[in-house]
Design a protein. Sequence first.
Lengths: 282, 363
Amino acid sequence: MVEEEGFRRYVAHVILWIGIAIVAFPVYLAFIASTQDNALIANGQMSLLPGGHFLEVYYQTIFIGTSGSTREPVGNMMLNSLVMALLIAVGKIAISIISAYAIVYFRFPFRMPIFWIIFITLMLPVEVRIYPTYKIVADLHMLDSYAGLSLPLIASATATLLFRQFFMTVPDELLEASRIDGAGPFRFFWDTLLPLSRTNMAALFVILFILGWNQYLWPLLITTRDDMQTIQVGIRKMITTTDALTEWPVVMATAVLAMLPPVFVVVVMQKLFVRGLVETEK
Amino acid sequence: MANVTLRNVRKTYPGGFEAIKGVDVDVGDGQFCVLVGPSGCGKSTLLRMVAGLETVTGGEIDIGGRVVNQVEPADRDIAMVFQNYALYPHMSVYNNMAYGLRNRGMAEAEIKTRVEEAARILELAPMLERKPRQLSGGQRQRVAMGRAIVRQPKVFLFDEPLSNLDAKLRIAMRVEIRKLQRRLNTTSIYVTHDQLEAMTLADILVVMNGGQVEQIGNPLAIYEKPATTFVASFIGAPPMNLMSTQPDEIKSQLGSNGRATEAGILGIRPEDFVITDQTPTGGVALPLAVEAIERVGAETFVYGSRQQDEERVAANPGELPPGDVIVRVPGTEAPAIGQKIRVAAVREKLHLFSGDGRTRIEV
């Protein structure tokens, strides 16, 4: 990196700080709003310093919910979102790594057509096939269930393709050495391929967890019961109130809470996958 | 302990490409067999067929009296050292060596004894807990060898194991492999494209070209009596000088030599030439114009030109342009560039081949 001297350096830093402020201010505002009194916000007199209602608001949000619109504790919504996001991330990784293994390492009839069929599903995300998918889930009696929330989102080609690309970079000699060492297909997968894919799985987990956590349209469609609601849908419902004041501190507290798990996942997993990118283990 | 016998082994790929066109080799118990040839000659394919990594489309592979054509690699009682070592990157050195034994259900105590013994032989004991990426190339190579020897297999298979090492280490490891093989007395098949490795390691040398065996035998016997011009130019460095017997200059000198009239190609090794004005009886003398000198220290190579038009005699790897001749002289004494010299070789050092280079003619 080039070391800038004196004045130029300060200018650069000022610009960077402005950038940070632009990105961070809405997040800050949400946090501030979640610690204030609702009446103050409704009057347009919100302070830019934290208010004194932090514990009270967060307690209400997590354990009770808003007093009007949904009346569902956000703690439960978070649990729903968490279960859905974990099911999607883990399910996708599990299915993708197995299908990629089949496609890369086995010679079976119609291998390439099957690969292309998987590939083509990339063009059919949930939004495109939403009616038939809804119909299937409804017919299987999976509305308002974790299975209904996660299954349709698990089947996808992206992760399969990613693992396929990775497996193709693993030297053939490793497979051959395993065969000579008496490891069958299952042992090779379990003892060699899975450990080598660890960093890829971590990277995928981060992406898929956030993708699952941020789902809005699909949970909105298939959940009708309040206790199956996810947090992203819940926030929207809290804002729309017909005959009462929107409880902004609770809404903002929910928004802040909704941000925490993805941040946590990124912070924890980042180490693993950055290390994975740095060290070449092949 | 086992013999390895290949009987008319063939490999035809689904596309119709014939990689191995019928190979017969018999490697005796405890012998070190080296398959050598230019890239694409089928030597690696042949080795992989013995390992069971490639299917056999014709003939029989027999290891220790058992035809193994349909036997899984793990059940052939062989161990293989790969060119890129193929160590399991996520396992420690210890586990790399122990993995194959564990898969066979061996008791952990026995595994420990064997791995530690192998580590002692290969001087790997201090690094048993390290991962392959923390090792140098030479150390990885040893681990790959260790993985092979802990199995105590009937046959070792080596697929160009030294080609990823630098020149100095390659020579050191070459000697070590030979010592180790002598000590364990395990039948070994070794693939290389390096004729020096082939010469120094082999009990039996198999020279391959285009999916066929050109010559099998003791390395020195092959060096002294190459069966074809291909073998003549492949074994020995720099390669044998090959020239047509048609020019009058050569024809007249060979005339008195029994069957020499049938020969189409004359071969003389660079090291068999002497710079002299005399012509030995029955030998061949050539006038040369010196074009280049290579001083290696212990010896010097003189590149000379016969300065006359000559048809090309055969297309072989490492062959000189027609009319060019390499002469080896000991030490650093050499004629100057541009100087005209006369070189001669005695009758016993002449190699005569039929016109197509496929048959050796004894004089």
